[in-house]
Design a protein. Structure first.
Lengths: 325, 330, 420
């Protein structure tokens, strides 16, 4: 760990990504209040370290299957803030021309196989993507992000089994934020040690502090190394969302004290304080990084505001192949 | 060449595996067992376990994996043992396979072929005998086909693999042993058109999959009474080839739709609605349908027979439709 | 219970499309009230009702095309209660199956009507309806052999073949093609182009019927108009343009007055017999800008003073061109006058508009040499012509009519007023 943080360049890059996500998500919440963004909106505030540390562990030929809380993953993966924000505005300039919205961000160029609004829905698909890589002799790894809620789904068990059985290159990245919507882990699982479930499939498993981006990054790099050329690996990142499940959620099921306790471990100030203590970051540098993130987000908002609407005549495009734009 | 439907399907699969390295077959007991309907017998030895993949009993995972593999550049053929079990994979098919192209605005597509057996007639009872083709035919983003002939069993798979989007192939369990002449027509098999199997002028019988043979049998029985029935095999259940069957109804002015699914909310209902929309003023009688009775398909032979569309029921429907004219001036 | 049925608003009208109801259930209606607007092949026409009562229900929905005779609405007679009406309806419903008792015979000129109460609906396949329409066959005469005794295409074709065999042995010049009966079929409001086609076909049908059925004879006479012209010029002098009277008016008036002495030229030939007109309602042929022709009536033209007749004529032309005529104007004409003088023709040889029995034509008023009292002078002259129905009158009476017309026009001041 200390070796990693000694690498100031990597740490600063991770910090920068976390700030990008944080400012992006905050702005999304604001825009939701202004009715610029509608539908379901699941914010990633508090959990940034997981997407940043894990996605940064992947190579350009690797694939990602994510959840409906995936803005951060897409941003870090390299989907532009402009394209994501325009998508949430329902604009033609969005990464899916307004067809997907917040929960369905896709990007072929970065092998980002989407947010998936079915809990556990992405897991079998990740298995298949890995199978395709294997069958075609490619060295790719497919990173499957899912929450601890998905662990209750049959798809999780079937996919873990199939990937382990066929030794497919899938990195199962479980983002355990301890609440499946409003249901606490202990209220839905007989076995709350998620790594024990992986063990049942004979799959290597690690539990990681998901609030520490350096730890996440290190664990993810190790998992990806293991997966590439080997078999699937399960990593549980213990994390916490500061905000409610979605904009519809009154958050009646959590203690304020619990939330405040987790906030003290916030991934951004956790890392920035450590870097400052090590003399690798000044307050001025931090503010500059923050300002840069804010600038990127504001530019994305301006881009989305100026966007156009997909013509209604194109409604039936992209249902099946055939008609081209 | 006289072959069985099973052999025709097997030849088609063999061709696909031999000609395209991206193609692989995956499903329960497709390898060592040889396929639950013996369609892939011997393939494991010939193509090896990487391309003939026995899966665990995990329909959701292996159908989903088929979707992922298709996204990843392969041309998977996933076999689901029967449509009854496909319900365990309904999420993957309806919420993923059918939607990726649209949700991603065309960035991703899912060239996946899912084969599944359907239908009753082998006394397999309620959990193995249903016809749920209409469930899938309801979903935009899917192509749904039902090869009913030797030529289509031989030819439709290649066309399905050429599709850039997911195709569901329904193979009726009673067809596997049916033998017929394999001509050259299979090379032209498409996934767009219905086909007039037998022309006639008095009534159009519209059928698909397992009911095509029954419709033809009914037509033969009607011919003995001087009633000249046309038989249309829909072949493709989504998208429906309205032009072919509507043109037929415009000629005959009467239609009976034969559907092994349950009557309520059936595909037959959809076909009837389209006839009404497009050929109302050409109709000389209300469009009729012969569907399965609204009961779970029972085990006992006589009950199973009674539950299903049969040639005699089709004949009776035609006679009712022709009213006093039936057999009189014809 | 009064059944208000789609009237035939002209001999060629077999069907009409309800555009709009002008009444609603509960409204009291009086004789002559406009209750609906109906689109015919010619125009949108205000349809009047000729009975007193209270609207009970509107059977027909707007934008439905139905045959003449179709029940459009039901009305309660004075003193009748809704309970009566419901009892009547139940009685009708109880008779479902007894087709004859339910199929209401129409009083319309053009023949049979479809029963309009839903429960009494005959079973006819959609294709059979279309075929019957193509063949001009009345479905009421076709027995059904289809499911539930429905009429099928075969039934229609058999019936048509039988009719053809019957017609071949009947004397020529039989009745007009029977219009198809049947239920309303939804039709969009016709476009001007559609209407033009429909009107042309309607005119063709009516004229063909006329030529087929009516043994025409034709007479013509030149009538000097020197006095009428002078009289009119003096009358118009000093009047603003919009109050001036055209020569067409004394011509019309003279025709109307002359007809008082020749009732055999004024009326309708219906069902093999002549029915003299109850008044002298002169149909005025008006050509429409979009093409086609319409001949609405000026009621009791013989009783109208010159200025009133002029006003009526102007109003009628305007409304005919705006396609807002009233139904009585479309049906009531007892003779037609056609004036093609403005187009420069000298002689009109008209075709009688059935069921009328005569048509008077006027050509151009021109200066011609005219011998008056042994002197040749230049005088304005018009050629008046008569086409008349030999079943009702003959040339002798026709010639006397033209003489009377000529005489009246020599005494223009006599025809100016509104004699009782």
């Amino acid at each position: 760990m200390s070796e990693n943080i000694d690498n100031g360049e990597t740490a600063l890059a991770l910090l920068r990504d976390m700030l990008r996500i944080r400012r992006f998500e905050e702005r999304c919440a604001e825009l939701y209040g202004e009715s610029k963004i509608r539908g379901f909106l699941h914010l990633y505030i508090g959990e940034e370290a997981v997407a940043v540390g894990a996605v940064r562990a992947l190579g350009p030929d690797d694939a990602i299957v994510a959840t409906y809380r995936e803005h951060g993953h897409a941003l870090v993966r390299g989907v532009s803030a402009n394209a994501i924000m325009a998508e949430m505005y329902g604009r033609r300039e969005g990464c899916c021309r307004g067809r997907g919205g917040s929960m369905h961000l896709f990007d072929a160029a970065t092998r980002f196989y989407g947010g998936n609004a079915i809990v556990g829905g992405g897991l079998p698909i990740a298995v298949g993507l890995a199978l395709a890589d294997r069958l075609q002799g490619r060295a790719g790894v497919t990173a499957a992000f899912f929450g601890e809620g998905a662990v209750a789904e049959g798809a999780f068990h079937e996919s873990m089994n199939l990937a382990a059985l066929w030794r497919l290159p899938v990195a199962f990245f479980c983002e355990n934020n301890f609440y499946a919507m409003g249901t606490a882990l202990a209220r839905s699982e007989s076995q709350t040690d998620l790594c024990a479930k992986a063990a049942a499939f004979g799959m290597p498993a690690t539990k990681v502090d998901g609030m520490d981006v350096m730890a996440v990054h290190e664990a993810a790099r190790e998992a990806v190394r293991q997966v590439r050329g080997g078999g699937p690996v399960f990593v549980e990142f213990q994390t916490y969302r500061y905000r409610a499940h979605s904009m519809f959620d009154p958050d009646l099921y959590r203690d304020r004290a619990e939330i405040e306790a987790w906030k003290k471990r916030g991934p951004i100030h956790n890392l920035s304080n450590r870097l400052k203590a090590l003399g690798k970051l000044t307050e001025a540098q931090f503010l500059a990084l923050d300002a840069e993130a804010t600038k990127e987000v504001e530019a994305a908002v301006a881009f989305a505001e100026a966007g156009s609407l997909e013509p209604i005549e194109d409604l039936a495009l992209d249902v099946v192949a055939g008609r081209k734009r | 060449m006289r072959i069985s439907y099973r052999e025709a399907m097997r030849m088609a699969l063999h061709d696909a595996l031999a000609s395209d390295p991206r193609v692989f077959l995956m499903g329960e007991d497709v390898g060592k067992y040889g396929g639950s309907y013996a369609v892939s017998k011997g393939f494991l030895d010939e193509f090896g376990p990487e391309r003939i993949r026995d899966t665990p009993l995990s329909e959701l995972a292996f159908v989903g994996a088929g979707i992922g593999a298709a996204l990843g550049g392969m041309r998977p053929i996933v076999e689901v043992m029967t449509v009854n079990f496909s319900l365990l994979a309904l999420d993957a098919i309806v919420n993923s396979a059918a939607l990726y192209r649209h949700m991603s605005a065309g960035q991703f597509h899912v060239p996946l072929v899912i084969r599944m057996a359907t239908g009753a007639g082998r006394q397999l009872a309620a959990q193995h005998s249903h016809s749920l083709e209409n469930w899938y035919a309801h979903v935009p983003g899917l192509t749904v086909v039902a090869p009913a002939t030797i030529d289509d069993a031989r030819g439709m798979l290649a066309a399905a693999l050429a599709e850039p989007d997911p195709v569901i192939v329904f193979e009726h369990v009673m067809l596997y042993n049916v033998e017929g002449e394999l001509g050259d027509a299979w090379r032209e098999a498409d996934l767009r058109s219905a086909r007039v199997m037998k022309s006639g002028r008095d009534v159009t019988l519209i059928a698909w999959g397992g009911t095509v043979g029954k419709a033809i049998e009914a037509a033969e029985a009607l011919a003995a009474d001087g009633i000249d029935a046309e038989v249309v095999d829909l072949r493709v259940l989504r998208p429906l080839d309205d032009a072919t069957y509507v043109a037929s109804v415009r000629r005959t002015h009467r239609a009976v739709v034969v559907d092994e699914g349950w009557r309520s909310g059936s595909l037959a209902a959809e076909v009837m609605a389209r006839i009404m929309e497009q050929a109302f003023y050409d109709l000389d009688a209300p469009v009729a349908r012969v569907c399965s009775e609204e009961v779970p398909i029972p085990y006992a032979k006589h009950l199973e027979d009674a539950a299903l569309p049969q040639p005699a029921k089709i004949v009776a429907a035609v006679r009712r439709m022709l009213g006093g004219a039936a057999g009189a001036s014809r | 219970m009064i059944e208000f049925k789609l009237p035939s608003l002209g001999a060629e009208m077999d069907e009409g499309t309800l555009l709009e109801w002008k009444v609603k259930p509960g409204d009291a209606v009086h004789k002559g009230d406009v209750v609906a607007v109906v689109d015919t092949s010619k125009s949108a026409i205000d349809v009047e009702i000729w009975q007193e009562g209270t609207v009970y229900d509107l059977v027909l929905e707007p934008h439905r095309k139905v045959p003449v005779g179709t029940v459009m609405a039901r009305l309660l007679e004075p003193g009748e209660t809704p309970e009566h009406a419901e009892a009547e309806k139940r009685r009708l419903l109880a008779k479902v199956g007894e087709r004859e008792s339910i199929t209401t015979p129409t009083q319309a000129v053009t023949g049979a009507a479809a029963p309009a109460i839903a429960a009494s609906r005959r079973r006819v396949s959609p294709a059979a309806r279309v075929r019957a329409q193509d063949l001009g066959l009345d479905l009421a005469d076709v027995a059904g052999t289809g499911p539930d005794a429905a009429v099928t295409i075969d039934d229609v074709e058999r019936s048509a073949a039988a009719r053809a065999r019957g017609a071949a042995s009947a004397p020529p010049g039989g009745g007009p093609a029977t219009p198809p009966a049947g239920r309303p079929s939804p039709v969009p409001r016709p476009s001007p182009a559609d209407r033009a086609v429909a009107m042309r076909s309607a005119i063709g049908a009516a004229m063909a019927r006329s030529k087929r059925e009516i043994p025409h004879y034709y007479l013509a006479a030149d009538i000097p108009l020197a006095r009428a012209t002078r009289w009119l010029a003096a009358r118009n002098e000093g009047r603003p343009v919009n109050e001036r009277v055209l020569m067409a008016v004394p011509l019309l008036k003279a025709v109307a007055l002359a007809l008082r002495k020749f009732p055999e030229l004024n009326g309708h030939h219906l069902d093999g017999a002549f029915a003299p007109g109850s008044g002298i309602h002169v149909g005025v042929a008006i050509s429409l800008r979009q093409g086609g022709l319409i001949a609405p009536a000026i009621h009791d033209a013989d009783a109208l003073a010159t200025d009133e007749l002029m006003r009526r004529l102007v109003d009628l032309v305007a409304r005919a061109r705006a396609l807002t005529l009233r139904s009585s104007e479309m049906t009531d004409a007892t003779i037609t006058v056609t004036n093609l003088g403005e187009q420069g023709v000298e002689l009109v040889q008209g075709i009688i508009y059935p069921p009328q029995v005569a048509l008077v034509g006027f050509g151009r008023v021109t200066e011609r040499p005219w011998i008056d009292d042994g002197h040749v002078t230049a005088a304005p002259v018009v050629t008046a012509s008569l086409a008349a129905d030999h079943r009702v009158s003959d040339g002798h009476r026709g010639a006397l009519f033209l003489n009377e017309l000529g005489r009246l026009l020599q005494e223009p001041e006599q025809i100016d007023g509104s004699p009782a």
